[in-house]
Design a protein around this ligand. Structure first.
Ligand code: PNS
Length: 161
């Protein structure tokens, strides 16, 4: 049995890495699946996010990084996975995660979602806030690996004139 850990990872944070490490302790094998989400406008392309995750997880036994388009449950089925892993940081995540897990269960009843709590030191972290900090010229070295911080600085949108 192995798990699929899907997400946007735009960008990857220490919170995501923490969830990957926890999931690996349970499943032994984990596919980290970067989603192509046409509704979101990511800072990084799918390929860049996959590269980011590969670099951050190199040396971690049992991790595979992949990407997918379309429905997550279709991808999970195609890969032969029966468990979806999601991180649950705080109560504020619950509504969205609950809705997503139950919808996925309704459309594909043989796949379960399990939630893992990242360490409390990462429980407030979000990719959205990290991008906001970078966009406003702040430092994010405490939240993401240094190479990700460098990629973010390079991608920083120009401030409006
Ligand atoms: O990191 P995110 O943005 O919270 O991840 C959300 C993600 C990618 C897991 C979710 O949007 C997803 O599964 N997208 C694929 C399309 C899909 O299956 N949608 C139905 C989910 S109920």
């Amino acid at each position: 049995m192995f798990g699929i850990y899907p997400g946007s990872f735009d960008p990857l944070t220490y919170g995501h890495i923490d969830v990957i490490e926890r999931a690996l302790r349970i499943f032994g094998r984990l596919v980290v699946a970067v989603a192509h989400n046409p509704e979101k406008q990511p800072w990084f392309s799918l390929e860049e996010r996959v590269r980011m995750l590969r670099k951050a997880t190199e040396g971690m036994q049992g991790v595979e990084v992949d990407s997918f388009r379309g429905l997550l449950v279709d991808y999970a089925r195609k890969r032969g996975a029966t468990v979806i892993v999601r991180g649950l940081r705080a109560l504020s995540d619950f509504d969205y995660e609950f809705q997503m897990a139950l919808t996925n269960r309704k459309i594909c009843c043989d796949i379960e979602t399990v939630f893992l709590m990242p360490s409390e030191q990462f429980s407030y972290l979000s990719s959205r806030m990290i991008k906001e900090i970078v966009a406003l010229g702040g430092e994010v070295g405490a939240f993401v690996p240094e190479f990700v911080a460098a990629m973010l600085r390079e991608r920083r949108p120009l401030s409006p004139r």
